[in-house]
Design a protein around this ligand. Structure first.
Ligand SMILES: [Zn+2]
Length: 441
């Protein structure tokens, strides 16, 4: 990142003057916002914390931001750091979800601790340089091979503490939990401070029949979480087949069981292709079950609706506006980066938000949508210390030259400056050549 336009403040007590901040990222609206939802403020930083949020003109001196926007460091609620960057040796042959699963499965067989750690750490370094403060990664969890990935997670979580708050979720097919291996995995998740997760997309099998014991599998999965007090995070209905209706079943199961831990559901693509009535009923159940939704817009655009020689007809994303209107929390997140599920991506939540605005029409007005990469995922992950600008919080901030929302969203914001604990960080994006030792075989 270029830091040519701001020097790190030398004092432990200073002001950021003339900042524009989305009111959606503040605990309360200090004065009327402009048409972009921005307010003009001065922010006081003392000993690495925000100690005052004051009207513009309050600061006697300090760093003049000249009307540039200030956002909090952001929260990435759904990534795959164990799988990241494998594209050079595991390309998706045709860009489909089936092609991705096949390529990833072949590559996963060769994963060593050294290999996962190198790529996982690379992903964290990208995220940190872009201004991410917290992440939740899924870990491919096929027992007993999964032990390696979970060990890497625990090691890097501890090594990165204070820079990126890291959570992990198990990822395997739901029926994996019907065996003794599933119990061992649930124990590993619990002992690692993790979240219990699974994927249901693979349940849409070639003859389009869902397993007859699907409800039993789901109840077993919920039971394993209940016994261990684990939160849930699921890959749900990541398909353009409207017959995939697992989200409805998950919400109904959570309500019937009185499940008390947080649930986050990712993707939920097929909801957008179901009838209005069924979708409304599913959304109502999600609201009642207090399920949080995380949308992965760049991966969904990449994988969904792909058919060689045929132009995609839909955007692949779930019903974000309808969920939001029903009071269901909606986050946007990175998902895969440079692996068979998405050939691109760099753990940049500014890119994710920019793409989400364009793909899902989160504009005119921008409204509360800036929360979808900050306070909303922070709350869903139980990390409310991150993702908003409030008095007493760590001064973990992203400073932009962009003043308006179109200035922010028109360019990639490569000259943004990241403050952590009130200091400009010197981190830059890692060079892809750093991965040659593990990727070039
Ligand atoms: Zn995912």
């Amino acid at each position: 990142m270029s830091k040519t336009w701001i020097a790190s403040p030398h004092s432990e007590d200073f002001w950021l003057r003339d900042a524009r901040v989305p009111t959606a990222l503040l605990p309360e609206e200090p004065e009327p916002a402009n048409s972009d939802g921005l307010v003009r403020l001065d922010l006081r930083i003392t000993d690495g914390r925000i100690t005052a949020i004051a009207p513009f003109g309050s600061a006697p001196d300090g760093v003049n931001l000249d009307g540039g926007q200030v956002w909090p460091c952001l929260v990435d609620a759904h990534v795959h750091l164990d799988k990241t960057q494998i594209w050079p040796r595991a390309a998706n042959p045709n860009g489909t979800h089936a092609g991705a699963r096949m390529a990833a499965q072949l590559d996963r067989a060769g994963w060593s601790e050294e290999d996962i750690a190198a790529r996982f750490g690379f992903g964290l370094a990208c995220a940190y340089a872009h201004g991410t403060a917290a992440m939740r990664t899924h870990i491919d969890s096929y027992w007993p091979h999964a032990r390696i990935g979970w060990h890497v997670f625990r090691t890097l979580r501890d090594a990165w503490a204070g820079r990126i708050t890291l959570q992990a979720v198990s990822l395997c097919p739901l029926d994996h939990f019907m065996s003794e291996d599933g119990i061992a995995l649930a124990d590993e998740v619990a002992n690692s401070g993790g979240v219990l997760g699974m994927a249901t997309m693979g349940l849409v099998d070639p003859d389009r029949q869902m397993p007859s014991d699907l409800q039993d599998q789901l109840d077993r999965f919920f039971g394993l979480a209940e016994e261990r007090g684990l939160a849930l995070d699921l890959h749900i209905d990541e398909t353009g087949d409207s017959r995939a209706r697992m989200l409805h079943m998950v919400a109904a199961t959570a309500l019937r069981r009185g499940f008390s831990q947080p649930i986050q559901c990712g993707h939920c693509c097929s909801l957008a292709l179901q009838s209005e009535e069924f979708a409304a009923e599913t959304i109502r159940l999600c609201a009642e079950a207090r399920i949080a939704i995380v949308v992965l817009p760049m991966c969904n655009m990449y994988l969904q609706g792909r058919d060689a020689g045929r132009t995609p007809r839909w955007r692949g994303i779930t019903l974000v506006h309808e969920f939001h209107a029903a009071g269901v929390p909606v986050s946007f997140a990175s998902d895969n980066c440079r692996d068979p599920f998405f050939a691109y991506g760099d753990y940049d939540l500014v890119e994710v938000y920019r793409e989400a605005v364009r793909i899902a029409h989160l504009d005119h007005p921008f409204g509360e949508w800036p929360q979808s990469v900050g306070p909303t995922p922070a709350t869903a992950l139980g990390l409310s210390q991150h993702g908003s600008i409030r008095t007493g919080a760590s001064a973990d901030l992203i400073l932009f030259r962009a003043r308006s929302m179109t200035e922010l969203l028109a360019r990639p914001q490569s000259d943004r400056v990241i403050l952590r604990n009130g200091r400009v960080i010197e981190a830059s994006l890692p060079d892809y050549r750093e991965l040659d030792p593990v990727l070039v075989r």
